[in-house]
Write a protein that binds this ligand. Sequence first.
Ligand code: AMP
Length: 425
Amino acid sequence: MTFDVLGLSADLLQTVAEEGYQAPTPVQREAIPLVLAGRDLLAAAQTGTGKTAAFVLPILDRLRDKANTSFSPARHPVRVLILVPTRELAMQVDQSVRTYGRTVPLRSTVVYGGIPIEPQIKALRAGVEILVATPGRLLDHVGQRTVNLSQVEILVLDEADRMLDMGFLPDIRRILELLPARRQNLLFSATFSQDIRDLSGSLLRDPATVEVAPRNTAAEAVRQLVYPVDRDRKDALLAHLIRKHDLRQVLVFTRTKLAASRLAARLDRDGIDAVAIHSDRSQPERTRALEGFKTGEIRVLVATDVAARGLDIEDLPVVVNFELPWNPQDYIHRIGRTGRAGATGEAISLVCIDETDLLRGVQRMLRQAIPWTVEEGFIPDRDVEPRPLGARAGHARVGGEHHAQRKPVRRRTGTGSGSGGARRV
Ligand code: AMP
């Protein structure tokens, strides 16, 4: 199937051709005609499926009727609001809007926390039709009356499940109250939990459902391997494996940002260029780290699940679970970063005795046992007793990024200090 049959206008078809896209992805095939027809949408699609183009392209076509080149800000009200959980995703979606919309005279901007608010205010004042935003910073702008959402025609919630995980539901509800009742709503989520169903029930009108297979079903393109190892020898084993197999561009996952920082520092000391990417890093630091990783300057990027979410880094040869995630679903997200486009990727998990239950959970979800191997020199000590994995109250990820996300929700007052300072991702 080609893009031509989806109903997009000629200049957008030209744009996608220039981008080198030969055929629409499954989510694009299904979603584009529905969005063009004005339907509400409930779409299950992960990052990497082409979901951004699936909503941005038809939105551009729907907006073009009133597109204009007027200098008057009043002629450029916010007509589309795209809410995303993280600033990395915000930056990426904004870039996609610019890329796909380069022939359409519509203005767009992006607002997210962690950077000064003034330049964002200036951009908003000039008038923009398409606004990409993280919920916290958007509410800061609302508090300062620097944005008017009363003319929004289309609302997109991107990675809605992650927004709920991060405690954004109250913020989202507040934002919904500011929007006109009549509008088109598009909800994208990697998973369809009960919370997502509840949200979509209250948000969407007669939605069409689009469900595409995850880009990778874990079993297919990704070779998975578990290395049992003692808890305090994981970093040595990782350094050893990186050297032995000359691994490059390794994305390593930890459960907490503390573990991420420690591991990156340790690898760096060992002469393996590594950087941790998490909430305590400033935006420029994180952008630099990501770029260094993409260019190959940085060999190992250590990330928590929250920090890695939405990052446009895929197609990696190898992903390492330095610590298994609390949530088996995150395992799928993690290893989905590798093994794309027919290439075989590798997902290595370093598992200590404390993580036996987590491994069991992953295998139950995969409905398969992951093969394992023991590395010479790192054979685990049989006599070690398992220890509980940190303090975890219920499902709250204490000490992890999720915990850090939750707190600031109640602190929102629109003081102008920006949500980003508190709500870092
Ligand atoms: P997304 O799932 O929106 O994060 O997109 C993942 C990647 O797929 C991005 O780098 C896009 O540039 C790319 N992409 C989107 N649509 C297509 C397509 N139809 N053909 C090839 N690549 C695409």
